[in-house]
Design a protein around this ligand. Structure first.
Ligand code: ZN
Length: 444
């Protein structure tokens, strides 16, 4: 009910919220680990619904700093082609560490190229080691340059191999139960890197197993022009005709989204991931999320990247979403005065994108809220930090309105993963060192 409890207690038992309220009298906490969070604000864990963890290896690459999506991709594809399984594992650890330390307890990932010995198993192993709830998607690219696609021919895969690996991953890992720590999704990369046939066959396979479908869509004008020229349709019309038309689909970006598109999203229950920093970084445009929300579209948040962000700070991303929605509203008004609610996307609305919106995008009813029976996923921030001095009247709004910090405590499924601002599950120092060695070896 969006209640904010002041001076409250929360009990998590067997990974599930068992009590929230202001009483501690009836709580049997003898066998519990107790966290004294007086002076802290506690929130449901953020859910990141679009990311490419491997891209932490190629942040701020010279030559890819000041270009739009297509040129940015053309510069980075050959560098990414040098990755191997170890690079995938180490970069996933780094990306997940950054997410956890910024308050994220569940994340999706979109890995769409498998050079050398890389497999999705590498990032799945990283999620288990670090302790984050994980929704990896088996991405794919099958349309190389010689077939009219954008990626180099050497980086695309045979479509039968892609589908065989999708099937293997679902059968090996997908857990659909309440409280699941691992769910597989299927994710052809984009209209300009896979064939129509693969989009259709992926949808058929996803539905036969009851797993979710994800792709990039309507990110840039270039993509829209590509679709109109090649298929005679705008991006959303194109994918909907290929079976991507129901509530098991979530789409990253939807920047170039007309009123007709937004109505189609709402009518068909298709969810959207908003990636504000990436959209600004690549000058892709501004996704009209306030209009989408008004029409009833489920909108989650994604850090995207990390080569188009170039970070994975989910709390900072929610702040960007709040600020960018206000900018978009002011641009649309062009001098006319609008009502407050139309112009000012609030801190609480932005927090909701990153929590309830994310849960909807991933098709989960058991995360995104702190409520009895839901998963014990939360983060806590010590409000007595420099950045919040003078903002204690409203700690909920303060964490977005003030500068974005790392968080102090993170609990995933009842397990303490971050305490005192430190990650407990992996040794970050050597991980960063190895990550930098791999990164320098690839970019040099
Ligand atoms: Zn992306």
């Amino acid at each position: 009910k969006r209640t904010e409890v002041v001076n409250g207690n929360m009990l998590i038992r067997d990974g599930v919220v068992d009590y929230i309220g202001r009483s501690s009298a009836d709580l049997n906490v003898e066998k519990c680990r107790t966290l004294d969070l007086r002076g802290y604000a506690v929130f449901p864990g953020f859910i990141n619904t679009h990311h490419h963890l491997y891209q932490t290896l190629t942040r701020a690459v010279p030559g890819a700093q000041n270009s739009g999506l297509f040129d940015w991709l053309r510069t980075l594809y050959p560098i990414w082609g040098k990755m191997n399984g170890e690079a995938i594992y180490i970069s996933a650890l780094v990306g997940m560490a950054e997410l956890l330390l910024s308050g994220c307890t569940s994340s999706s990932d979109h890995l769409y190229m498998y050079p050398n010995d890389a497999t999705l198993d590498d990032s799945i192993r990283a999620a288990k080691d670090i302790g984050i709830r994980f929704h990896p998607t088996r991405g794919s690219m099958s349309l190389g340059e010689s077939d009219g696609g954008l990626p180099p021919d050497g980086l695309v895969e045979d479509e039968k191999d892609i589908l065989d690996d999708c099937q293997r991953l679902i059968e090996s890992y997908h857990n659909a139960e309440v409280g699941s720590m691992l769910q597989i999704g299927l994710a052809p990369c984009s209209p300009f890197s896979v064939s129509s046939k693969l989009m259709e066959e992926t949808a058929d396979m996803a539905r036969s197993y009851g797993v979710r479908m994800h792709t990039h869509l309507a990110e840039t004008r270039d993509e829209e022009e590509y679709c109109v020229e090649r298929f005679g349709k705008r991006p959303l019309e194109y994918v909907m005709e290929l079976g991507w038309n129901a509530d098991d689909v979530w789409l990253a970006h939807m920047v170039h989204c007309c009123n007709k598109d937004m109505k189609a999203l709402a009518t068909n229950g298709i969810a959207v991931t908003h990636c504000p920093t990436s959209n600004m970084r690549l000058a892709s445009g501004i996704s009209p999320i306030m209009k989408m929300l008004k029409l009833g579209v489920d909108v989650g948040l994604g850090v995207d990247g990390s080569a188009s962000n170039d970070g994975g700070h989910i709390l900072g991303e929610a702040r960007q979403a709040m600020l960018l929605a206000r900018l978009e509203a002011s641009l649309n008004q062009s001098g006319q005065s609008a009502s407050e609610t139309d112009s000012y996307f609030s801190a609480r609305q932005a927090l909701e994108l990153g929590t309830r919106g994310g849960a909807a995008a991933l098709g989960r009813k058991d995360i995104g809220q702190l409520e009895l029976g839901k998963c014990g996923d939360f983060f806590a921030i010590n409000m007595n930090k420099l950045q919040y001095a003078g903002a204690l009247h409203d700690p909920v709004a303060a964490i977005l309105m003030c500068a974005s910090n790392n968080v102090d405590v993170v609990v995933v499924n009842g397990n303490i993963v971050v305490e005192g601002g430190r990650l407990l599950t992996i040794d970050l120092g050597p991980t960063i060192e190895r990550h930098n060695e791999i990164s320098i070896g690839m970019v040099a």
